[in-house]
Each structure stands twice: as structure tokens, then as C-alpha cells.
Design a protein around this ligand. Structure first.
Ligand code: SF4
Length: 96
């Protein structure tokens, strides 16, 4: 049997997500994000869920890998709530 080494994009593409619509596990304070000088979330999130649009930080929980990186790098108080999704929700990591 030959194992194929997947690229990070291929490996992440295998993961499955069950999003708890209407009950996001990460909440932002957009006013604080607007005044953040560095916005480390834009480059630190491995799933690229933070984006800048018309000067405002945009975010969507769908696709979150639950790594906690944004929780660590947010030093300006924009991330006001971070928790793991409830039972049966969130990411399921897959390798094949
Ligand atoms: S927990 Fe990780 S994947 Fe999810 S939004 Fe934060 S940095 Fe991105």
C-alpha cells in the first residue's frame, strides 16, 4: 500500500464541519476590532476566517479548526468570547 502525502489544503479539505447556526462559538466586538492597530487575527488564523472588507474585520465561524490561535493573538480585546462548539457541533478532523 502506498500512502500519498497530502498538502495542508488537501488535508484540511477532508475535514467536516457541523456549524451551530445562530450560536457562534466565537464572538467579536467589531468596534474594538476597528481600532486594533495590528489585527493579528488576519494572518494568524490557519483557516483564514478573518478578513478585512471595507476596512472592517469580517469573521465567520464556519470552517473553524478550534485551534485557539485567534484567542491567543488577540491582544486588543476584540475577541470577547471563545469556546468550543457544543456537543455534535464543530470540526471533525479526517485523514482519509
Ligand atoms: S480558533 Fe483557529 S481556526 Fe478558529 S477562528 Fe480562531 S484561529 Fe481560526
Amino acid at each position: 500500500m502506498t500512502l500519498k502525502r497530502l498538502t495542508p489544503e488537501e488535508a484540511l479539505g477532508l475535514d467536516r464541519f457541523n456549524v451551530d447556526e445562530g450560536n457562534p462559538h466565537i464572538l467579536l466586538d467589531k468596534a474594538r476590532c476597528a481600532s486594533c492597530p495590528d489585527r493579528p487575527c488576519l494572518w494568524a488564523c490557519p483557516a483564514r476566517l478573518y478578513r478585512l472588507k471595507d476596512g472592517e474585520v469580517q469573521f465567520d465561524c464556519a470552517g473553524c479548526l478550534e485551534c485557539g490561535t485567534c484567542r491567543v493573538v488577540c491582544t486588543h480585546g476584540g475577541l470577547v468570547s471563545w469556546s468550543h462548539p457544543g456537543a455534535t457541533f464543530g470540526v471533525t478532523f479526517r485523514c482519509s
